[in-house]
Design a protein around this ligand. Structure first.
Ligand code: SF4
Ligand code: SF4
Length: 109
């Protein structure tokens, strides 16, 4: 079984801890979508991001404000309606594996 097959994003959250300086970008259509489905609160918790785009607001440690649930500090609170950037970030990609190494996430988590 490859490492990709064993990765559990809801038990990891490493890439959700890299948002300082507005790195987890939000395309404008996501903001429209969240308002349309009755979640304007998601569209409002933003900060200026790279390339003139909006980005998810972050805590002082760089983690996304939506990271962490009662069940797990590594799970996304809005996983089912998370942003395009989050959904398109490929688990098992070289950057994913680098983030996991940087944050000390073990393979089994
Ligand atoms: S770093 Fe990789 S495994 Fe961890 S949450 Fe992000 S995409 Fe998923
Ligand atoms: S919205 Fe969820 S998946 Fe996206 S960066 Fe924040 S915690 Fe991670």
């Amino acid at each position: 079984m490859s490492e990709t097959e064993t990765l559990d994003c809801l038990a990891c959250g490493a890439c959700c801890r890299t948002g300082h300086d507005g790195r987890i970008l939000i395309p404008p259509e996501d903001l429209v979508y969240w308002r349309r489905i009755g979640r304007p609160d998601i569209a409002e918790r933003i900060q200026p991001g790279h390339f003139g785009l909006d980005a998810f607001a972050t805590r002082p440690d760089g983690s996304c404000v939506w990271l962490g649930t009662e069940a797990s500090p590594n799970a996304c609170q809005i996983y089912e309606t998370r942003g395009t950037t989050c959904r398109e970030f490929e688990a098992g990609s070289p950057q994913c594996l680098e983030f996991r190494r940087d944050f000390g996430v073990q393979r089994s988590r």
